[in-house]
Structure formats: C-alpha cells, structure tokens
Design a protein around this ligand. Structure first.
Ligand code: CTP
Ligand code: MG
Length: 226
C-alpha cells in the first residue's frame, strides 16, 4: 500500500524557548527538521514526504531539506497541530488511498522499523501508533490532592509516526474540526469515531524534543555516536 508521510514542523517551540522555530534548531550542525525528514525518508514504507512548516518559512525549509529523497511538497501549517495535518493532507495525490504517517519534526531519532511497523499495522487495522511503557507511577490529581493511583500496566506514552488510512484520517480530522474539538494527536481524532487504533512498540530514542533538557539529551546522543 502507498504511504504518504506528513512531517509536522509548524509549531513555535515555546517550551524550548529558542530564538527561532523549533524545527530550525540545529543539533550538532543539522536541524531537527532535516534530521527527522531524513529519518522518515530512510524507511522503506515511505513513498512520499510532505513537510508542514511555520508561516513564512517555506523557502527556508526547502533549502534546509535540499537533497532529502521523496520530498513531495513543503507547505505552511495552521494554528493547531491538527490544522497543520489538514494542510499536509491537501497535498495527497487525487487518487491516493493509502496510509498517512504523521510524524513530529521534534522526534529526529525515529528508526525505520517503527515507521514500517506502524504503516503495516494501519494498513490492516485502520490506525496504529507507537507507544512506550510509563516508568513512573501515575496519579490523578484534582484540586491539589491525589484522587487516584492509575494502573500503570495499562498506561503508555504515545509517540509518532501516527499511521492512519487516508480516508479515515481525513474524516476524523474534519469531524473534530466541525465539532470544535482540539485533539492532541491523530489517534485521539480516530478514537472519537469509535474506530480501533492498534499499538506497535515505540522506543525511548524516539523521544520528542520539547525542552532545553531534551535538546541537551539529543546532543549527547549524537556525541555518543548514536
Ligand atoms: N506542530 C505543528 N503545527 C502546530 C503545532 C505543532 O506542525 N500548529 C508540530 C510541531 O512543529 C512539532 C509537533 O507538532 O513537530 C509536536 O508539537 P510540539 O512538540 O508541541 O511542538 P511545538 O508546538 O512547536 O512546541 P511548544 O508546544 O513547546 O510550543
Ligand atoms: Mg505544541
């Protein structure tokens, strides 16, 4: 089945606090955008790649992505992540009926196995996401008091790429838009429709660069020759 990867890079990166949008922050001489695009393009299942970048940054992103294989388009994103994904979806070929992989530009160390496994599972189930177990005990806190200790064996952290069949993803995001609902990931939009989302094994290396501490971790990873 054909697969289209949408690299969402249109966020501002407020928590990172850099002077430029997060996607353009370099780690050891190469931007998060370029690293994550190259990592995606290295996966056998990725047939085409669309990069969704901040307003006014299309030219800069095109230059940054020069030479990345299978780059189909670079477009501007929207206010929320789900709006950026919808902009990316518009670039799909008219007759496209495959799987869409939505990946955070902030996860530069995704490996091809995770990408391919998510794509394959979505082709069968409809949607699939990589997850990792949570190490800490998780509490529900209400009004400054612990209300509940959750069963950790049932809790996982979601990563990307989030893989969803094209038709299902379009329907899920359009319904969320129409209902005025903000979702934090694509799976949540699919779950709202009552459709199943499979899970595949994610990896601690596929961590999202969110804070300056995450960026320091990424620098160390590359220093260690990873
Ligand atoms: N993203 C996007 N469009 C938006 C918001 C986010 O394409 N309107 C992308 C980001 O560029 C990032 C991914 O979604 O690659 C995950 O989002 P996050 O880590 O929250 O990045 P930012 O929104 O940029 O960071 P922050 O929330 O700290 O501002
Ligand atoms: Mg954000």
């Amino acid at each position: 089945m054909d697969t289209l990867a949408i690299l969402v890079a249109a966020g501002r990166g407020e928590r990172l606090g850099a002077s430029l949008p997060k996607a353009f922050v370099p780690v050891r001489g190469q931007t998060l955008l370029r690293r994550s695009a190259a990592a995606l393009a290295a996966a056998r299942s990725v047939h085409a790649l669309v990069a969704v970048v901040p307003e006014g940054c299309v030219e800069r992103a095109r230059e940054d992505l020069a030479g990345v294989p299978r780059l189909l388009a670079v477009v501007e994103g929207g206010a929320r992540r789900q709006d950026s994904v919808l902009e990316g979806l518009k670039q799909a070929p008219d007759d496209f009926a495959g799987v869409v992989l939505v990946h955070d530009a902030a996860r530069p160390f995704v490996d091809a196995a995770i990408v391919d496994e998510a794509a394959a599972a979505a082709a069968t189930v409809g949607a699939a996401i990589p997850v990792v177990p949570i190490a800490d005990t998780v509490k529900r806190v209400v009004g400054g008091r612990v209300a509940q200790t959750l069963d950790r064996s049932e809790l996982f952290a979601a990563q990307t790429p989030q893989a969803v069949r094209f038709e299902l993803l379009g329907r899920a995001l359009e319904e969320a838009y129409r209902d005025g609902v903000t979702v934090t990931d694509e799976a949540a939009a699919v779950e709202r429709l009552g459709e199943p989302v499979a899970v595949v094994d994610g990896h601690p290396r596929n961590r999202k660069i969110t804070t300056p501490e995450d960026l320091a971790w990424a620098e160390r990873m590359l220093q260690e020759g990873a």
